[in-house]
Design a protein around this ligand. Structure first.
Ligand code: PMP
Length: 435
């Protein structure tokens, strides 16, 4: 095992990590259900779903069987010129679930690429409409949409993890982060700011991109569904496309199948990822409605100019079919509801701790926002000692467990988060972003 760690330390980059002073890593031997077993035999209850993807837990028999069955036929063929059952079946499933009006699917290889494709669709749409001046994207402060360059351009330009690249990124337009809380009143200040930006800039705007209801890696902030209704209305009024990035929120995480359902709206373009393939393989999708698809087809270049090598990878599509079918069976609703109730009661003690700013819960997402940034290495060491896997970022300790977690397992997670947030001295030596 020490060889594993030594080689890793010497040669492998980890997410958002310095090679000069890497954070500790923990070698994994196996994972099953909600438990991750380390090489040294310790077993951890997973509070992250491996960055919000493994909603059915690890080593799931149905997902394993889907992979094996596909691998016994073929694992991948190029999607240029070929198609296959797994891609088609997944497409059928997705179209039966997503908000109404979305009809076309582009399979991408990661969430960030799904966002790239969404932005490209929007730009090509306006080229097709003979309005090449519509090139800017409206995004939200506190947004996070991925790590590639176009995706970075629509992340929070100041607080986000990409402020480093500001000089190299397209200059987009930003609305203030919504202040209206999910379950509070919809504030006029949010509406006014958005109306003003649309009125002043609509001529140059190609699209408005947002993470519906939950701003995830930009701060785990829940906001009011009426904000989405207004966004849809303004996009229609001013001829701007609406892009919903449901990479984190899709497939039940916020308590509705898609976060757009909280507001009963349908975007022009929808990005999916993470839970799409149940945490097994990297797969994402960008969907659009007929209007966008036809608009692109009218352009000087009528083809959508994107086509990755591993597009519609058959193994990823097969495991995604199995994952999405499990979601379609509907058990997630009771599971997420039970997790929400238990997160609310289990994290409630944290509200009284002096180092805690706020505790908030929506669906299978529980967030404890601290007053000060957390030291990732220290917190993780403590978590591992407590038998749980939690990865904080910034001021945030949060839980997004697999939907299959049992009450006794979730109690261990919430108890651990209570203990961690009670300790006042987890402040900043290394502060790194997450997710
Ligand atoms: N959009 C959102 C809302 C996300 O949460 C993430 C990942 N945290 C991404 C895009 C990027 O996805 P990926 O890491 O698969 O590139």
């Amino acid at each position: 095992m020490s060889n594993t760690i030594e080689f890793d330390r010497e040669h492998l980059w980890h997410p958002y990590t310095s090679l000069a002073s890497p954070l500790p890593v923990y070698p994994v031997a196996k994972a099953s259900g909600v438990r991750i077993q380390l090489e040294d035999g310790r077993s951890l209850i997973d509070g992250t779903s491996s960055w919000w993807a493994a909603v059915h837990g690890y080593n799931h028999p149905t997902l394993n069987a889907a992979l094996t069955a596909q691998a016994s036929q073929f694992s991948h063929v190029m999607f240029g010129g070929f198609t296959h059952q797994s891609a088609v079946q997944l497409g059928r499933l997705l179209l039966s679930m997503v908000p109404q009006g979305l009809t076309k699917i582009f399979y991408a290889d990661s969430g960030s690429i799904a966002v790239e494709v969404a932005l490209k669709m929007a730009l090509q749409f306006w080229l097709g409409q003979g309005q090449p001046e519509k090139t800017r994207i409206l995004a939200l402060r506190k947004a996070y949409h991925g790590d590639t360059f176009a995706a970075m351009s629509v992340c929070d330009p100041v607080d986000g993890m990409h402020s480093l690249f500001q000089g190299q990124l397209a200059k987009q337009l930003f609305a203030p982060a919504p202040q209206s809380r999910f379950d509070g009143p919809f504030l006029e200040q949010d509406a006014a700011a958005l109306r003003q930006l649309f009125a002043a800039h609509h001529q140059e705007l190609a699209a408005f991109i947002l993470e519906p209801v939950l701003q995830g890696a930009g701060g785990m902030r829940f906001y009011h569904p009426d904000y989405l209704r207004l966004a849809r209305q303004l996009c229609d009024q001013y001829q701007v496309l609406l892009i919903a990035d449901e990479i984190a929120t899709g497939f039940g995480r916020t308590g509705r199948l898609f976060a757009c359902h909280h507001a009963n709206i349908s975007p022009d373009i929808l990005c999916l990822g993470k839970a799409l393939s149940g945490g097994y393989l990297s797969l994402a999708a960008t969907l659009c409605n007929d209007k966008v698809a036809q608009g692109i087809s009218h352009g000087e270049v009528p083809a959508l100019m994107h086509g990755p090598t591993y597009m519609a990878n058959a193994l990823a599509c097969a495991v995604a079919c199995a994952s999405v079918s499990l979601i379609q069976q509907g058990q997630w609703q009771a599971q997420v509801q039970a997790i929400e109730n238990q997160l609310k009661s289990g994290l409630a003690p944290c509200t009284s701790y002096p180092g805690v700013r706020e505790v908030r819960v929506l669906g299978a997402i529980g967030v404890v926002e601290m007053l000060h940034p957390l030291d990732v290495a220290l917190v993780q060491k403590r978590c591992v000692a407590l038998g749980v896997w939690v990865r904080p970022f910034g001021n945030l300790l949060y839980l997004m467990p697999p939907f299959v977690i049992q009450p006794d397992e979730l109690a261990i997670l919430t108890d651990a988060v209570c203990q961690l947030s009670k300790a006042p001295d987890w402040s900043q030596s290394v502060v790194l972003p997450g997710a």
